[in-house]
Structure formats: structure tokens, C-alpha cells
Design a protein around this ligand. Structure first.
Ligand code: HEM
Length: 215
């Protein structure tokens, strides 16, 4: 290292801007790694997806109730039901992508796709993986609805209630916002609104054979 002492001071001065840049880059990386942005994004997308899923299940149940009661609902309800369900799916992909990119959480792609060896709150996350399967199946069969037998599609579509219950359990157990009053209000509001519409649907009566024909 003695040769370093041979370098004139003026040359060291020339290197100063480069040193500053290197220091800034190193600090930037440290900030990026310590930044909680991805963590906030993961949670924001999870909660938005939960709200979208709830709205979609509510609109779908409303549609089923109207059908049972032989009432006609505007086509807007149908369109909104499908659009909001797709939005919930897109937001969930965001929830998973941000989890994958977050340097604080050691989630691998396999951890997200399979309910094995979860590195964080394993029981809650395994429930999340199963609810992800439920959402994927519901969206896929809805997009392919015209190609499926109506009775199959309908049977699979009942999974939406199970998926909603799984997602609620997952969010409640895994989420760091579960203790917050606003998040509790979202869970309570969503669960009671859906339970209420299921009850209404139950009491409206069974559909006649003509009513269960695909449109
Ligand atoms: C492979 C599937 C999934 C994995 C690995 C996963 C993972 C996680 C993790 C690690 C958390 C904790 C975040 C925190 O501390 O706040 C979380 C929270 C949450 N997740 Fe998931 N999740 C999955 C699927 C889903 C699905 C399908 C939904 C449906 C909407 C969902 C909704 C939520 C909600 C609402 C929270 C609570 C967020 C909060 O309290 O701020 N997750 N998830």
C-alpha cells in the first residue's frame, strides 16, 4: 500500500467526486434495503384486494338473490361483479409480487405457489396459499364459463364463500394491521355484510328449474 502515498494530493482531489458518488450509491442501496415501501405496498394491495373480493362476493350474492326472487337487476351489477373480481385478482398478484421482492421477507416463488416451508407466520400463510388457489380457480372458471357445463361452473362458484372465509382468516392471522380498529372494522363489516346476504339468499327460496338455465 506504500505506492498510495506516492500519489499527489491533487490527484486525490480529482477522485473526490467519484468517492462522493460511490458513497451516495452505497447509502442509496442501504436506504432501499431498509425502506419499508414494499411492506406498505404488500399490505395496501392485500387490504384493497380484500375489499374488492368482498364487494364482488356481495354483488354476486345480490345477483343470485334477485334471480331467485325472479327480479331483474341492471346489467351494470353483472359487469361490476366481474370487473371487481378481476381487480381483486390483479391486486393479489401485486400482494404476492411485493412479498417476493421485499428484502426483509425470505419468500421464494415456491413459498408463494405451494403451501410448504413458509418462512413467516406459517399457518396463516398456508391458509393464504389455499385462498389464492380458490381465487385463481374462481377467476379461471368464470373466464371459461361459456365452455363449462353450467352445473359445474355453479358448483365451483359456491367456493367463493369458502374462499372469502379463508381469506378473512388469513388476513386476520397474518396481517400486521389486524389489531388496528380500522382493519377490524373492515373485517367485521365485510363478514357481517356477506353473512347477512347469505341469510337473505337462503330465505328467498330455491330457484325453479327455469331459473337455473344459463343466460
Ligand atoms: C400465496 C398466497 C399468499 C401469501 C403467501 C400471503 C402472504 C401474506 C403475508 C406474509 C401477510 C402479512 C402482511 C402483514 O404483516 O401485514 C399477508 C397479509 C394479508 N393478506 Fe395475504 N398472502 C396470500 C394470499 C392472499 C389472498 C388470496 C388474499 C385475498 C385478498 C390476501 C389478503 C391479505 C390481507 C387482507 C392481509 C392483511 C394485511 C394487513 O393486515 O395489512 N392474501 N399475506
Amino acid at each position: 500500500m506504500a505506492f498510495l502515498a506516492q500519489i499527489p494530493v491533487s490527484l486525490w482531489a480529482l477522485l473526490l467526486p467519484a468517492q462522493g458518488l460511490l458513497l451516495k450509491l452505497a447509502a442509496g442501496k442501504a436506504v432501499a434495503q431498509a425502506s419499508p415501501t414494499l411492506w406498505y405496498l404488500t399490505r395496501a394491495m392485500a387490504v384493497s384486494s380484500y375489499v374488492a373480493l368482498t364487494l364482488s362476493v356481495l354483488l354476486g350474492t345480490l345477483r343470485a338473490i334477485a334471480r331467485k326472487a325472479s327480479e331483474r337487476l341492471s346489467w351494470v351489477v353483472d359487469e361490476l361483479h366481474q370487473f371487481i373480481a378481476t381487480l381483486a385478482g390483479v391486486l393479489i398478484v401485486g400482494h404476492l409480487l411485493t412479498l417476493l421482492l421485499d428484502p426483509f421477507l425470505p419468500f421464494s416463488l415456491l413459498n408463494l405457489l405451494l403451501p410448504l416451508d413458509e418462512p413467516y407466520r406459517p399457518t396463516a400463510v398456508v391458509i393464504g396459499v389455499f385462498s389464492f388457489y380458490g381465487m385463481a380457480l374462481l377467476l379461471l372458471t368464470s373466464w371459461l364459463r361459456r365452455r363449462l357445463r353450467y352445473s359445474w361452473w355453479r358448483a365451483i362458484h359456491y367456493l367463493s364463500f369458502v374462499t372469502f372465509a379463508l381469506v378473512t382468516a388469513h388476513g386476520w392471522l397474518a396481517g400486521s394491521d389486524s389489531g388496528e380498529p380500522w382493519m377490524r372494522a373492515i373485517y367485521a363489516g365485510a363478514a357481517s355484510a356477506i353473512a347477512f346476504l347469505i341469510l337473505v339468499r337462503f330465505f328467498v327460496g330455491a330457484p325453479s328449474a327455469a331459473q337455473v338455465q344459463p343466460r
